[in-house]
Design a protein around this ligand. Structure first.
Ligand code: ZN
Length: 154
């Protein structure tokens, strides 16, 4: 199982977006690095451009994809994937999600029940074009000043 390290800052943004957009689906991009480990350091919401049925669908415009790539380039980050929420449904990708999925990206899905986050799972396409779950590892903010100082003082 591949791993996705989710920092506290990024997790907070995703959860806040998922809960405040309820009962509609939220969506957004996340960024970070992908050297020996895939680490999500930043998440940014985007507007769900779907006109109808926003309880069950999300859509990100091609302009938003271009902007996301540009943002990553300008900030020395890697665009790692897309998150969205499933209001009143499990955090498991739908057939629709599978049809829209791109290789390489991680897909974080937040299950929101009664406006509260119930689960945060991540999925990635395998070589057969099917979703495989990734292990989500929550990490506290790596730039925690107290933690840095205690390292320097050792
Ligand atoms: Zn979905």
């Amino acid at each position: 199982m591949s791993e996705l390290i989710l920092t506290e800052d990024a997790r907070k943004v995703i959860i806040k977006d998922a809960e405040s957009t309820y009962p509609h689906e939220c969506c957004g991009f996340f960024y970070g690095s992908d050297d020996d480990k895939r680490i999500v350091t930043e998440a940014i919401p985007v507007v769900n451009t779907k006109e109808e049925n926003r309880e069950r669908r999300f859509e990100i415009s091609s302009i938003d994809y271009m902007k996301a790539e540009q943002y990553a380039d300008e900030n020395g980050l890697t665009l790692l994937g897309v998150y969205h929420s499933h209001p009143e449904h499990a955090a498991i990708p739908s057939e629709h999600d599978l049809r829209q999925a791109l290789p390489y990206f991680s897909y974080i899905i937040v299950s929101v029940k009664k406006a509260k986050t119930a689960a945060v799972l991540s999925w990635k396409l395998n070589d057969q074009g099917r979703f495989e779950e990734e292990k989500v590892i929550n990490q506290n903010n790596p730039f925690d000043v107290d933690a840095l100082l205690s390292n320097f003082n050792q």
